[in-house]
Design a protein around this ligand. Sequence first.
Ligand SMILES: Cc1ncc(COP(=O)(O)O)c(C=O)c1O
Length: 403
Amino acid sequence: MAYQFDHIIDRRRTGSVKWDFIERGAGHEYEYKPVTGALPEEASRLPLWVADMDFASPQPVIDALTARAQHGVFGYSKAPDSYYETIVNWMQRRHNWSVKSDWILTTPGVVPAINYIIQTFTQPGEGVIIQTPVYHPFYSSIENNERRVVRNPLLVQDGRYEIDFDDLAAKAAAPDTTLIVLCSPHNPIGRVWTSAELQRIAAICAENDVLIVSDEIHHDLVYSWANFTSFGVACPDAMDRTIICTAPSKTFNLPGLKTANAIIPNPELRAAISATMLRNGVFGVSVFGLLALETAYAAGEPWLDALLPYIEDNYRFLEQFFAEQLPSVRVTKPEATYLVWLDFRDWGLDADSLNALLLHEAGVYLNNGTVFGEAGAGFMRINIACSRSTLAEALQRIRQVAP
Ligand SMILES: Cc1ncc(COP(=O)(O)O)c(C=O)c1O
């Protein structure tokens, strides 16, 4: 079966954040940095920012949703046993991780889950560790709940990001630091943490009684030169203090359906998070979200196995482009995710000027690196989950405005 990743689908005027809301700028809700100056003509804007794909989801998902829409009745729904079984099978098949159905708590998203976890297990004023630069809603989830962001900045060695374990141990030792939120694989720098790295984190957290959240939403999107290991596989002894967040939303391009899962082996932690969700009036699942998840995990694998080489070829195309045509931009080779961390520091521009140049002169909109933390100054995150021709056009335009 042929997959049409080269086919361009017009996403404009569909309420797409990526295509229709550039003027709000990158950032998370309360911290949107509106774009200054007139936007380029709609027809000439190329947005390669928000982490969703420009591709249609697998055909079995589209067919199942279409048939369900035809049914016409969209009453309250609850996940059936088969929903949990498809998740269990997926984790076993793709990640060699044995999960039990009753560990799974369905949430309206990974970011909501992180917020419920912060509200449940930490007190206002307490510290939550994140490994920066990192996915920006980690900051807002901590700060909106009046907890403190404790940064464990990643170290960079020859363009490769590593964990600073000495700094992590020192930060975890503070008595009012009670939680760490891991990004595994890591957005935006693309690292896949090794088992050894995860085990060192687990040991530091055990020593200092720190609870662990492992956000594994990008776990299926791994390049052929890397191997992903779930925290659940690497650190079985840490499962009493660990919550693993997953979703099919990055894998199958379903984030607008707002369905994710927290996998929580410890029944006490699970009950406590459920209670927080209930206090917020959050229960039940979206009719379309649960059907899409089940169908994608049950029948979406051939599509995913075709998608991964396409994204990998997009990455190789980008890598070669910068190496040969624009070496002033350095590429951080990702091990996972369709997001690539680009170093524009040789251009000598501050973050806002760089953003403005790319948007107003090139019509290309990327995520400004500073959104992910101070260390992102001079960097941009590009989303390569688009057709090859869109990517090629964006790269050409970036080259044309290079100083
Ligand atoms: C690391 C990470 N976690 C969570 C999310 C979003 O999760 P959700 O849409 O399920 O809240 C993203 C989206 O980009 C992400 O990159």
